[in-house]
Ligand binder design. Structure first.
Ligand code: HEM
Length: 130
């Protein structure tokens, strides 16, 4: 996955957004939005949410060029057999973008995160009918 190393001033997107505390807050808000969405909530019914949030925060930190390294499963493996459609995928990305916007993250950073996570679609979507 694409990562965002420091710019010419030595500032990574991770530092620009406010580091670990900011990423954690975004991830918390992101899963509130996901669990409030009736088409998505059923997927997460028996999921260990603290563990999922930790993995998602690591993944997003890594995408932002932060020091964290994602140590969860490969995304293809983690989402196998869930019959996730493009509609589900778009809804999840929409909630993540909303959480980043609410946290005041700048648009250029949001676009980079969106591009990096959008590229995971082929690993996550396993049902093209919806
Ligand atoms: C931008 C798109 C997405 C990204 C980057 C993403 C990322 C992740 C990550 C990092 C994990 C943790 C894997 C682990 O703990 O080993 C995970 C798990 C999970 N994801 Fe996603 N995901 C995305 C889209 C979706 C969608 C669209 C759905 C369902 C509608 C979904 C449902 C789940 C569920 C239910 C789990 C928990 C699986 C388990 O613990 O057994 N994800 N995802």
């Amino acid at each position: 996955m694409t990562e965002h190393a420091p710019d010419t001033n030595g500032t990574s997107d991770y530092e620009r957004v406010g580091g670990n505390a900011a990423v954690s807050a975004v991830v918390t808000r992101f899963y509130e939005l996901v669990l409030d969405d009736p088409q998505l909530a059923p997927f997460f019914e028996s999921v260990d949410m603290p563990r999922l949030k930790r993995h998602q925060a690591l993944l997003i930190s890594q995408v932002l060029g932060g020091p964290a390294e994602y140590d969860g499963r490969e995304l293809r493996e983690a989402h196998a057999g869930m019959r996730i459609t493009p509609t589900h995928f778009e809804a999840v990305v929409k909630h993540l973008v909303a959480a980043l916007e609410e946290a005041g993250v700048e648009q250029d950073v949001i676009v980079r995160v969106g591009v990096a996570l959008g590229a995971t679609q082929e690993d996550i979507v396993t049902d093209s009918t919806g």
